[in-house]
Design a binder for this molecule. Structure first.
Ligand code: ADP
Ligand code: ADP
Ligand code: MG
Length: 450
């Protein structure tokens, strides 16, 4: 096994990866920006190196410095976590060039399936998997784009090809708003992702977002670790996730699994990955994108399958064969995750800051909290607003909901405003309880609440 792994990330995911390494007997090297000097991941790692100033572009995204730190410390591999460099094929390539294992798929696969969502759609379409209808190929200019958009019909979405985290997506309802939104999307895309490429998709009304977790080893063994329901979203970003997806009948589920397997095999996938789909009200399935990395919501899958996805990523990267056979894997019970964010729902979800003055982290049977919070921690809205993930496991969905409500009530964070009360509101809503929700439901709940 690897002797030493560098974690190119921060916050709860860095802590999550350090824990897996510790249990596997692997030494860890953390990196941090000057703002994160007192962070939990810095304290928990065997060694930690300051990599630059607060600005992510000069620290957590600084490829050459990270590679240098890895070389100086003789690490065998780098785990990128999620966000930051996790879907950068240039970073994966640099690792390879320097004889460091990148814990993830090959740079080529990241490029076609992860970095550029437009390329991924083209690839998937070739193997006959339904994709969201849209305009194919690179868009030359906005006048041309407007004409083709007319043939697709409104409403439509303009999406950044390299987008992520729900950012770089614009909905356009009328042709007269097209050009303005197109320019804004190109601009945003360049600012946030360093790339101007955008693509256009038909807007699917009130869909469910359902995704499939896959694991593939270097010997082309593919296993499916069930699916996740991620339709509770605000601003195209997930807030609550569940596994299994209670609306799926077996036939639909089988289809999603078959599509995901075909994609994994066709693109030569290796490692942990997620295939994201939208399912419309008529139960049509559309491939949306693939995430060639660990996902924020992976713990719900870990609860229902009892597989440690991070450890499997490390084993696969080391060259081990998957120990599981698909027939051994059974999804049991029900798991739900809530993302606890430092934000003020009543003030249009603006980011909050402060010093954590008191903290009570819930526990008990079937309750998991992944966080890097501690009392005295100074929170500033520099990085992501997510500060903790609360994950519960119950025998069935009903029990999981009751447990989540109990755990949310026990979760106390003082000194910083959070969305905990708001999450409780969602869990108490009829649509959530009855499982009658889609990606538009949360905005309805927000409208009724504020
Ligand atoms: P998931 O798909 O795992 O649910 P999210 O889309 O919520 O993940 O994103 C997880 C984190 O990674 C967020 O902090 C988000 O801002 C960041 N992120 C995701 N994709 C990108 C990207 N392409 N570029 C920069 N940050 C990203
Ligand atoms: P990201 O890389 O930011 O995760 P995605 O392409 O996965 O971007 O889209 C994020 C979310 O935006 C989806 O989960 C879905 O709710 C919404 N979305 C994206 N594309 C469409 C579409 N064509 N129609 C309706 N909703 C969409
Ligand atoms: Mg997505």
């Amino acid at each position: 096994m690897f002797n030493r792994v560098l974690i190119a990330n921060r916050g709860e995911v860095a802590v999550r990866i350090i824990r897996a390494c510790w249990e596997m007997g692997i030494e860890t090297v953390a990196i941090y920006s000057s703002k994160d000097k007192e962070s939990m991941h810095v304290k928990l790692a065997d060694k930690a190196l300051c990599i630059g100033p607060a600005e992510a572009g000069k620290s957590y995204l600084e490829v050459n410095r990270i590679i240098e730190a890895a070389k100086q410390n003789n690490v065998d591999a780098i785990h990128p976590g999620y966000g930051f460099l996790s879907e950068s094929y240039e970073f994966a390539e640099k690792c390879l060039e320097n004889n460091i294992v990148f814990i993830g798929p090959s740079p080529e696969v990241i490029n076609t399936m992860g970095t550029n969502k437009m390329l991924a759609k083209e690839k998937v379409k070739i193997i006959g998997i339904p994709i969201i209808p849209g305009i194919e190929g690179i868009i030359k200019n906005k006048e041309h784009a407007k004409i083709v958009a007319g043939t697709l019909g409104y409403p439509l979405l303009i999406k950044a090809a390299n987008g992520g985290g729900g950012k770089g997506i614009r909905k356009v309802c009328r042709s007269e708003d097209f050009e303005r939104n197109f320019s804004l999307c190109v601009e945003e895309s360049y600012k946030a992702f360093g790339n101007q490429e955008v693509y256009i998709e038909k807007y699917i009304e009130k869909p469910r977002h359902i995704e499939v977790q896959i694991l593939v080893d270097k010997y082309n063994n593919v296993i499916i670790l069930g699916e996740r329901e991620c339709s509770i979203q605000r601003g195209n970003q997930k807030l609550i996730e569940e596994s299994p997806a209670a609306i799926l009948e077996n036939e639909l589920r089988e289809k999603l699994f078959d599509f995901s397997k075909a994609i994994a095999i066709e693109c030569g996938y290796c490692g942990a990955g997620t295939v994201e789909f939208l399912i419309d009200e008529q139960k049509n399935i559309y491939f949306m994108e693939m995430n060639t990395r660990l996902q924020v919501e992976h713990p719900v899958t870990e609860f229902v399958t009892n597989v440690d996805i991070v450890k499997e990523q490390i084993r696969i990267a080391y060259g081990e064969r998957l120990k599981y056979r698909e027939e051994d894997l059974k999804v049991r019970g029900h798991s739900i995750e809530c993302r606890i964010n430092a934000e003020q729902p009543e003030k249009n979800f603006s980011a909050s800051s402060g010093v954590v003055s008191s903290l009570n982290i819930p526990g008990g049977n079937g309750v998991r909290v992944d966080t890097a919070l501690y009392v005295g921690m100074k929170l500033e809205p520099i990085y992501d607003s997510n500060i903790a993930k609360l994950i519960v496991y119950g025998r069935d969905r009903h029990e999981a909901i009751r447990k989540m409500k109990r755990a949310l009530c026990e979760f106390i964070i003082e000194g910083v405003d959070t969305n905990i009360e708001f999450l409780l509101k969602i869990l108490n809503s009829r649509k959530f309880i009855m499982n009658e929700y889609n990606t538009a439901t949360l905005s309805e709940i927000i409208y009724e609440s504020f």
